[in-house]
Design a protein around this ligand. Structure first.
Ligand code: GLA
Length: 343
């Protein structure tokens, strides 16, 4: 057992390919420098786990590895699933969580906290885990313990991504490619600073719509299709049609975006980002007035393109802008949207 062990899990910004990772589509996240750090040390005189966090200014005593229905579920789930996988009793430890990653704004803090906790447990108990196992375990914890049912994108980029290359991932077969980001342009993340509304239930509702649309069109998942035919339209409700349109067209956009990233086509890439946002707003219906406003502001300033990032329902946008204009952009945004925060 190690005296103290540290695990780090990075957040991400999704450049394009939103709500595709549970529909068998392509996504293109980029790991960001903001992370969550989990520090584990021995807690000699106790038979429980204590959790402390600078971020939440909170501390907890956990005697049983059961859900508490708050942010500690990611940690408790990690301890429980780690026990089961490695046949070891996880107890008598202090877990200290430090974070430079804003929570709940679409930058994948859930995957970051889970990945950092597993990494730290692996070191503390001196076990070995492959990247693939780490991704699968983190996914399993989020979906089957915590119960938020996203796809594999966030865990994947937290473990296998880096901050200079976007991860172009086909979630259907997990083939991926790392593509260097533009040299002269920067992806700027702007937080709308609004509380995300009912995101779990909204998220699950969208997911269900996608699954029922795929079922009605007799396909395994929506990304098997490249367009919606006349016959399909008749089998779908209006809501199912909306989500299907977004998912199928977004999948095509991501593949194009990967080509533009490789060929240094920043302008075309930016246009695809804005198309993605429009579709998320109009068809997938996960944008908010504030996110739409930030996208409009950034684009009217002269960004090449902008979109919401992550699940939506509030949170942050990502915009592509010439490196030398970044400071000017920030000033322009703050003049017109004083609550904005830059990550
Ligand atoms: C959340 C989920 C991801 C993905 C995005 C939307 O962040 O955790 O798996 O589905 O929403 O693209």
């Amino acid at each position: 057992m190690n005296a103290i062990s540290i695990g780090e899990g990075f957040g991400r910004v999704n450049l394009i390919g939103e709500h595709l990772d549970y529909n068998g589509g392509h996504v293109m996240p980029l790991q960001i420098k903001n992370s969550i750090i989990c520090e584990i040390s021995k807690n000699k005189n106790t038979d429980y786990i204590s959790i402390v966090s600078d971020k939440y200014k909170d501390s907890f005593i956990v005697k049983k590895l059961e859900k508490r229905h708050d942010w500690t579920d990611f940690i408790i789930g990690s301890c429980l699933f780690f026990e089961q996988k490695f046949k070891v009793k996880v107890t008598n430890i202090s877990i200290n969580i430090k974070s430079s990653l804003p929570l709940g704004i679409g930058l994948s803090s859930s995957a970051a906290i889970t990945v950092s906790t597993i990494k730290s447990l692996v070191k503390y108990f001196q076990r070995v885990i492959s990247n693939k196992e780490l991704i699968d375990l983190a996914y399993d914890i989020e979906n089957n313990f915590v119960g938020v049912g996203g796809g594999i994108m966030d865990q994947f980029v937290s473990v296998l991504g880096n901050q200079n290359e976007a991860l172009f991932l086909n979630t259907a077969n997990r083939n991926y490619e790392l593509i260097p980001i533009f040299k002269d342009y920067k992806f700027v993340i702007i937080d709308s600073n609004t509380q995300r509304i009912l995101s779990d239930s909204n998220f699950n509702q969208k997911k269900e719509l996608c699954y029922s649309a795929a079922k009605n069109m007799n396909v395994e998942n929506l990304c098997v299709k490249s367009k919606i035919g006349e016959h399909d339209i008749q089998s779908l409700s209006d809501d199912e049609l909306g989500v299907s349109k977004h998912v199928i067209e977004e999948n095509i956009r991501v593949v194009k975006a990967a080509q533009f990233l490789k060929s240094n086509g920043a302008e075309e890439f930016g246009k695809l980002m804005t198309e993605s946002h429009m579709s998320l707003s109009k068809y997938y219906k996960v944008s908010t007035l504030e996110l739409d406003k930030l996208v409009d502001l950034a684009n009217s300033f002269g960004a090449l393109g902008s979109k919401l990032t992550g699940a939506g329902f509030g949170g942050a946008i990502v915009t592509l802008v010439k490196k030398e204009l970044v400071e000017e952009l920030k000033k322009y945004i703050l003049d017109n949207y004083p609550n904005a925060k830059f990550i």
